[in-house]
Design a protein around this ligand. Structure first.
Ligand code: NIG
Ligand code: FE
Length: 411
């Protein structure tokens, strides 16, 4: 099956297959072709070029893209999209003055979501989660990472990861899964964190690895959650089970989670709302992708990740949504891109690079997603007729996407 897109006003983010990520000043560049055609064959990008030199294609299914921009789908490398119910009440509690940490300390937060998820049958959890996935696909997401971490028992963690895997199969979208058993200490282990870590690094991880349910391992390294020593323990167990690290670090405090993650060759370190000079230095000597989650900062009214400083230090940066019921009940990558420009002072070029090729890198998908490259997946966003790509973050409240293509097929 072939599909031809013609009269594309701008074909954006054209990269050679060798580009795995872009860093520092490279992030200001967004290679493009004006007045272009793009040919898809089955689920991959076959070829592209300038309209003036388009071969004489015969009898092809064709889509006219006059005035429209075509770019690779968003790569959302950090979500908790599989969850049960919502935490609207905590949202109101925060409006009325309680902090995220105060709510968590009184049994709300992650523990609240875990209680709900444990009581929700797998089919119901799937039904709730697929609505979210359908929505983010419409919003242009073409590859997504989904974490466990609202189960906190072996059965419930496995239930979450099975749902995440099944979502990928049903919707024909690339889903990478991450085991986040070390997300919070469940009430049954309040005075026995070591006991819970024994479970996470033992039975839970073994079963999950044996069933091939996870690609990565994660830990919430934060005061009141897991220490740097706990982080080493979880990441080391992950390495033993073939699960590379993608960690939650520096959301509220900088306690050394970045260096610890880098030591374990983490693929990414995510959050980084609080960042020290030492953290930047550790990242400069690594292949680890820093990931900012601006919708979490927006929703919780906490500082934004210093993305400008990260890029100016010569580092790469990826953007993700952190879609979850507590700190970011939105999986809208368009809004994440706009917020990064508005609040973190990224240029549109930097934000788009962060949300495509660098997002792909942060979930180990640079070889198949994140750019217009011959042989990569035909996952595309076709915009409405807009004046330029800078209009995407500029008109932040508008729906600027006209159509999306997943695996070569119009959704
Ligand atoms: O990435 N910070 C840790 N975990 C999630 C939120 C967890 C929750 O509040 O449910 C995050 O923000
Ligand atoms: Fe998160």
């Amino acid at each position: 099956m072939k599909l031809l897109l013609k009269n594309i006003a701008v074909l954006l983010q054209i990269r050679p297959i060798t580009t795995q990520k872009v860093s520092g000043p490279q992030m200001k560049e967004l290679p493009k072709l004006q007045d272009a055609w793009l040919l898809l064959e089955d689920d991959v990008i076959h070829s592209y070029g300038q309209m003036s030199e388009m071969p004489d294609f015969k009898d092809l299914k064709t889509l006219d893209c006059t005035g429209k921009i075509v770019l690779p789908s968003w790569c959302d490398s950090h979500t908790h999209l599989v969850y049960a119910g919502n935490r609207e009440q905590e949202f109101v509690d925060r409006i009325n003055g309680l902090s995220y940490q105060e709510i968590a300390a009184s049994g709300g937060g992650i523990i609240n979501s875990a209680k709900k998820l444990q009581a929700t049958p797998q089919a119901e959890l799937f039904a709730q989660s697929e609505k979210r996935l359908q929505e983010v696909i419409q919003q242009g997401t073409g590859a997504i990472e989904i974490k466990s971490g609202y189960g906190l028992t072996t059965d419930a963690e496995i239930k979450m990861l099975r749902v995440a895997k099944k979502l990928g199969e049903k919707y024909n979208i690339t889903v990478k899964t991450t085991f986040l058993g070390a997300h919070a200490i469940p009430p049954a282990y309040t005075n026995n964190k070591e006991g819970y870590l024994d479970l996470v690094c033992g039975e839970m991880m073994e079963q999950i690895a044996n069933e091939n349910l996870a690609d990565y391992v994660d830990v919430f390294c934060e005061q009141g959650y897991f220490t740097v020593a706990d982080t080493h323990r979880v990441l080391q167990a992950g390495t033993k089970h073939g699960l590379r690290a993608k960690t939650h670090v520096n959301q509220f405090t900088a306690i050394g989670g970045v260096a610890a993650s880098v030591e374990h060759q983490a693929l990414s370190v995510d959050h980084l709302e609080v960042l020290t000079k030492e953290d930047i230095t550790a990242l400069q000597e690594s292949q680890t992708m820093p990931v900012a989650l601006p919708l979490c900062s927006y929703f919780l009214s906490i500082p934004y990740t210093p993305g400008r400083d990260i890029i100016d230090a010569g580092l790469p940066l990826a953007l993700a949504t952190d879609y979850n019921p507590g700190s970011s009940p939105s999986g809208n990558m368009n809004l994440a891109v706009a917020t990064a420009c508005i609040k973190m002072k990224l240029s549109p070029e930097e934000a788009i690079n962060a949300a495509t090729i660098n997002g792909a890198y942060a979930m180990g998908l640079s070889g198949s997603c994140g750019s217009i490259t011959v042989g990569k997946k035909a996952n595309l966003i076709i915009t409405k007729q807009i004046p330029s790509y800078g209009y995407l973050p500029y008109a932040f409240g508008s729906t600027n996407i006209d159509q999306v293509i997943l695996n070569g097929t119009l959704v």
